[in-house]
Ligand binder design. Structure first.
Ligand code: LIP
Length: 314
């Protein structure tokens, strides 16, 4: 409830910034800066305003909780350490590059982790008017409707990558080495195989990990893959995906609402610098209980086998 209230409280400022109205109507007040001279990685006055507003409130409500935010971490220059303490993990504007270009796939992400496990996730995409909410064991919702929105039999059970849509991001570090490995991976994923094995049915790039993860939770894309997103890019989104029946994988294990401890990603929040794959809820095949979970693993493995493991940032 706190996360939802906070997301709603900062929604009007987000919209003002996006449309350059109200408190952000003076374009001179609205300079997008490049982080560390990286033109693809920008920050605006709105990112800072929203993060500060959310953190000020959280400090009042939960004085003992830890706070990790994209902008304060970037400004401190010390990186971020998530401990076992209750920790709020906030991206005030995920998809800032979209935000600057008035491209609507951008929003506010608020996650809460306890014992390094994300347990609450709220993503608000104000321009699309979509509020995603989830907490561990209690399901995931879009504007109050249970996720995934698309349900069986309309929601099919893909058995191969050739039946899948992937959402994926380039990241903002565009060195030649990183980009050539990424583009080589995408070429493998998109090219028909000689043996008739399929490539992906499609690839979409929205510009933000948060909108991508909401598309997977909604049932609009089967897979999300990215190499090295930051913890604030996925902390809320992975709760929303897993609570919608989806699963999240990295090289070391997987994570979903009913995954046995032995098969779990040991420390989900240390996924930084590793590849991460999210798979949507897959209904069981007729008369095959458990087959949906097996298909999630199979599709993630097929994808991970085709992509390079590149360091990020290089
Ligand atoms: C963005 C992420 C995206 C990643 C970008 C950037 P930001 O978040 O959503 O997945 O590829 O590099 O980190 O910086 O716009 O909040």
């Amino acid at each position: 409830a706190t996360a939802v209230a906070l997301a709603k409280e900062v929604g009007p400022a987000f919209k003002d910034g996006f449309w350059r109205t109200g408190q952000f109507s003076k374009v001179s007040d609205f300079a997008a800066e490049d982080k560390l001279g990286n033109k693809a990685d920008c920050v605006t006055a709105v990112d800072r305003y929203i993060e500060k507003t959310i953190f000020d409130r959280l400090r009042q409500i939960y004085p003992t909780h830890k706070l990790v935010g994209e902008e304060s971490t970037a400004e401190s220059g010390n990186g971020c350490q998530v401990t076992d303490d209750p920790t709020w993990i906030v991206d005030p504007v995920d998809g800032t590059n979209n935000f600057v270009h008035h491209f609507p796939y951008t929003g506010i992400s608020i996650g809460l982790a306890i014992n390094k496990e994300p347990v609450v996730g709220v993503i608000y995409l104000p321009i699309l008017d979509e509020l995603y909410t989830a907490s561990r064991g209690a399901g995931a919702f879009l504007n109050g409707e249970p996720l995934p929105l698309i349900r069986p039999p309309a929601l099919t059970s893909p058995t191969a990558l050739s039946q899948c849509a992937l959402v994926s991001e380039h990241g903002s570090y565009r060195s030649q080495k990183t980009m050539s490995l990424r583009l080589r991976s995408l070429a493998r994923l998109l090219t028909d195989k000689q043996d008739g094995g399929g490539c992906l049915q499609n690839l979409r790039i929205t510009g933000g990990a948060c909108p991508d993860l909401t598309l997977v939770a909604k049932g609009s894309a089967e897979l999300y893959w990215e190499c090295g997103p930051h913890v604030w890019d996925f902390a809320a989104g992975v709760v929303i995906v897993t609570e919608s029946g989806g699963a999240v994988f990295d090289g070391a294990g997987w994570w979903g609402s009913d995954i046995p401890e032995s098969e779990r990603i040991p420390k989900p929040l240390n996924m930084w610098n590793r590849k991460i794959v999210a798979v949507r809820y897959i209904p069981d095949l007729p008369d095959k209980p458990g087959s949906g979970r097996e298909l999630q693993k199979k599709l993630a493995k097929e994808l991970l086998d085709l992509v390079d493991d590149f360091e990020y940032p290089p």
